[in-house]
Design a protein around this ligand. Structure first.
Ligand SMILES: [Mg+2]
Length: 276
């Protein structure tokens, strides 16, 4: 059976600036067996090329085409909704570049959309301008719902936190494109050319990676090297198909079996082992 992988980055293949042991081996396995894969990130700050360069410098044998960001998903979505539109951007290079590439103009008044992404450079005036534009009819889009992002010092506010300031002020809810939105999850699957049932999502976050995969009918693998601990799992009404300690232990043989029952048995065994 042919399968393809969508792989989250932070907490799955690296943590801060260190690769997680087994990550390179796994990617080498996929490349040498011609198994399609795509790294999926909800970070809209960097372009696809910048992200690929970061991974290559870490020793990952990948190319630009192996990276798909929520900024790309957002720009493609807007280009379909309103071709050649205009955007006021609360965000950084990755988002600006993706919008330009998809035919958008960046403006500082009367935009079709206010697009909010990750960033550290916004200030109160920018948020105030965004609020005025929305009250005048601009539509509010966020690249992803993550309320915080891990840093070596702890966490920093993420896109979800920044956009909620604008939502509270205007009373208007943003449309969010990144994981778990089907908009990004479906676009990523199309990039690797796989059917839903042949797509596997590997991630460390239940509310984005795993939820997004489950909603699309993909198979899901949760790794415990990132944001989720086994004791957190009881808070969720949905479960991944597999729970593994790290990317070094992706159950590739079981994933290649098409029988759902085998997968479910495996999930129960692994869940019991891990939760004791
Ligand atoms: Mg992650």
């Amino acid at each position: 059976m042919k399968i393809g992988f969508l792989i989250d980055m932070d907490g799955v293949i690296y943590k801060e600036n260190d690769l997680i042991p087994g990550a390179i081996n796994f990617i080498n396995y996929l490349i040498s067996n011609n198994i399609p894969f795509l790294f999926l990130t909800n970070n809209s700050r960097k372009t696809r090329r910048d992200t690929a360069t970061k991974l290559k410098r870490m020793g990952m044998p990948i190319e630009e085409k192996h990276v798909f960001t929520c900024a790309m998903a957002t720009a493609r979505f807007l280009a379909k909704q309103k071709p050649h539109g205009t955007a006021f951007v609360v965000g950084e290079g990755g988002l600006l570049h993706a919008l330009h590439t998809n035919g958008y103009s960046i403006v500082d008044h009367d935009p079709d959309y206010v697009v909010v992404g990750e960033g550290t450079t916004f200030n109160f005036q920018i948020i105030e301008s965004a609020v005025h534009m929305i009250m005048k009819g601009a539509k509010l889009i966020s690249t992803n719902p993550d309320v915080n992002c891990p840093t070596p010092k702890g966490i920093r506010p993420g896109c979800g936190a920044i956009v909620s300031m604008i939502e509270k002020a205007t009373g208007i809810e943003a449309f969010s494109v990144g994981k778990p939105s089907p908009v990004m999850m479906r676009e990523a699957r199309k990039e690797i050319g796989m059917e839903s049932a042949a797509t596997v999502m590997i991630g460390d976050t239940m509310s984005t990676d795993i939820l997004g995969g489950i909603q699309m009918g993909y198979r899901t693998v949760l790794v415990l090297t990132g944001s989720t601990k086994t004791e957190d799992l009881k808070k969720y009404a949905f479960s991944p198909d597999f729970i593994v300690p790290s990317i070094a232990e992706i159950p590739i043989k079981q994933l290649l079996q098409p029988i759902r029952k085998v997968v479910e048995t495996q999930r129960n065994i692994l869940a019991e082992e891990l939760t004791g």
